[in-house]
Design a binder for this molecule. Sequence first.
Ligand SMILES: [Zn+2]
Length: 250
Amino acid sequence: MCLTCRASEAFAAGATSRRNFLRSVGVAAAGLALAPSAFAKDTNKDTKTPPKPQNDIPPDEALRRLMKGNERYVEGVSRRHDFKTEREALVGGQNPYAGILSCADSRIAPEYAFDSGRGDLFVCRVAGNFANDDTIASLEYASAILSVPLILVLGHGACGAVSATIKSLKDNTTLPGHLPSLVSNLAPAVKATRDQPGDPLANAIRQNVIDNVAKLKSATPILKSAMEQGKLKIVGGIYRLVDGKVELIG
Ligand SMILES: [Zn+2]
């Protein structure tokens, strides 16, 4: 059952454990109507042992683990993942150690790039790796319900979505279909870097990551609160297409 279905059921059934959830995310604001009882099978919070105990780590350790995985991927020494055993262990829930906001580009593949198995990464993907209501809500779920200690916004070199935005703004043209939605979300980074020296595309890709890290850090009440309590770290990175190396940026 997907997140949306569970949430709908929760609203229908009523939020019986809401007080505990609000305490867990450190907010007492009215109007936050997620119902943790409906997510019990996802969270494992009521069980003693999460499906992946090795994922229950603090933010800095999660970042070190992520980057170690990237080193293995770059060096071509990725581990063999036991999908069969992991499948069985994850039937009853999940406790990923990082959330990733990545571009949809087929060359990126966060699970490969960080040499991670199933149940390790909570990945949201959209062309241009920007935070909108849907991706923020998904990452709020990852933080408040699954307790992920780390979120990485992952841009990449030669991003087609950013490149198309640069061209659309430069030529003052409107792209077909729903593509203008991408343009409007990526335009701030393109405009902010328009007069910078160097490669306009690389500059805009970097700025877009920086902007969306800032957006997630200021997302109230859930992500901002988790950060302030030291439960969550949010960072940005750029994936280099030529060798797969992820460079962390501010
Ligand atoms: Zn891209």
